[in-house]
Design a protein around this ligand. Structure first.
Ligand SMILES: Nc1ncnc2c1ncn2[C@@H]1O[C@H](COP(=O)(O)OP(=O)(O)OP(=O)(O)O)[C@@H](O)[C@H]1O
Length: 304
């Protein structure tokens, strides 16, 4: 059951910074002879929150990695405020599903101050930034602890604070709450809305969870099954806050997303020579991960 999110009344881009616009134009990505994504074009406005949904293995992370400058497109262009993405850049912050990216031998405060330190900021600035962003994720009191002394949800918050301390204009999030238990995930979703509003960053957020996309996104882009995955549809999420993905106003969008994803999961299953009916209630057990969380989201035939 999804809980409503309370919008932060003091939101309005508190630190005065703005996100950057992102343009994905005719992007093709290949790994050797494998064609991962094909002809993807997306215009993401400055400060927008775009969720990428799609069957497991379709290429969501690949597209995100290209946006982060980790993967170079075979064809097409990626630009941020009109400048081409040529490699990793502190303006493009990446949050991964696993918080293993944290440095276990550094304290939480040192982890968050790491980016500013690498960029030559003074000790006072490092500490002010760590304090500010740990405060934003509600972990100022944990600055002196080590990551191993925190829960999974707290570590994920530290990861978010560490990315935000670089003051990126675009935050790329690859299933950041996917490894968390349902309750922590819900809290993190609420936090995310507040953090996004406080920073004004543009966010591109990969998820398997339709309800999560409805709760968080300004728009949801659905990808087709791979290989050579493309964009199947883009939906605006025109719902008032506080949002509740199970509310009647969200029903039509939820149904459309489930139908789109269902079609793509079943197509992927067929392409693998598996029974497409597995994509209904057995999706969660599909060994290839085609269903995973989507399997649960797809529900039964009666739901559709
Ligand atoms: N470095 C690589 N070399 C070869 N193939 C790759 C590489 N990275 C990804 N792929 C392939 O590209 C396709 C897309 O992978 P990707 O991880 O982007 O999918 P995804 O939609 O993010 O999956 P999931 O939802 O399961 O995380 C997959 O078939 C994957 O095996």
């Amino acid at each position: 059951m999804t809980k409503a999110i309370e919008a932060d009344p003091t939101s309005a881009r508190a630190d005065g910074r703005r996100g950057a616009s992102v343009r994905v134009d005719g992007v093709d990505i290949r790994f050797g002879s494998f064609h991962a994504v094909r002809d993807i074009s997306l215009d993401i406005a400055a400060g927008e929150f775009l969720c990428l949904l799609g069957p497991s293995g379709c290429g969501k992370s690949t597209l995100l990695s290209a946006l982060a400058g980790f993967v170079r497109p075979y064809q097409g262009s990626l630009t941020v405020d009109g400048s081409p993405v040529t490699g990793p850049d502190p303006d493009l912050g990446m949050v991964f599903q696993s918080s293993e990216a944290l440095f276990d031998w550094l304290t939480v405060g040192q982890n968050v101050a790491f980016g500013p330190r690498m960029r030559g900021r003074s000790r006072a600035e490092q500490s002010a930034l760590a304090d500010e962003y740990l405060g934003l994720v509600g972990l100022r009191h944990c600055a002196g602890r080590f990551p191993g002394q925190l829960s999974g949800g707290m570590r994920q918050r530290v990861q978010i604070a560490r990315v935000l301390a670089n003051q990126p204009r675009v935050v790329l999030m690859d299933e950041p709450f996917g490894a968390l238990d349902a309750q922590t995930r819900q809290v993190m979703q609420e936090e995310m809305t507040r953090i996004r509003q406080a920073t004004g960053c543009t966010v591109v957020f990969v998820t398997h969870d339709i309800d999560e996309a409805i709760l968080l996104a300004d728009r949801v882009a659905v990808m087709t099954a791979g290989p050579a995955a493309s964009i199947k549809a883009v939906y605006p999420v025109d719902l008032p806050g506080p949002r509740d993905a199970s509310a009647p106003e969200a029903a039509e969008l939820r149904r459309a997303l489930r139908q789109d994803i269902g079609e793509e999961v079943r197509k992927a299953l067929r392409d693998q020579g598996l029974d497409p009916e597995l994509g209904t209630d057995l999706g969660a057990e599909v060994g290839t991960g085609l269903g995973t969380k989507l399997g649960a989201d797809l529900g039964t035939e009666e739901d559709r």
